[in-house]
Write a protein of this length. Structure first.
Length: 73
């Protein structure tokens, strides 16, 4: 039962990784801080997620679900 649940989570995560192949986020960096004057820089960063990660997660999820069902029988 526990392996089947982990397998379902991996399946969902794998499909989400295949759907959204790039994770974007903003990073705020303080350049200097002088009394009441502040300067900050915002950078848009991208974390590419290759389809390989999604495929491996889907495969691992299927393997866990199938192995859990075989042991339950």
């Amino acid at each position: 039962m526990k392996k089947s649940l982990i397998g379902m989570i991996l399946l969902v995560a794998g499909f989400l990784l295949l759907a959204y192949q790039v994770y974007r986020f903003a990073a705020h960096e303080s350049i200097f801080n002088l009394a009441s004057i502040q300067a900050a820089q915002e950078a848009q960063l991208r974390l590419p997620l290759t389809p390989l990660f999604g495929s491996v997660a889907i495969f691992a999820g299927v393997v866990l679900i199938v192995r859990d069902r075989d042991r339950a029988s």
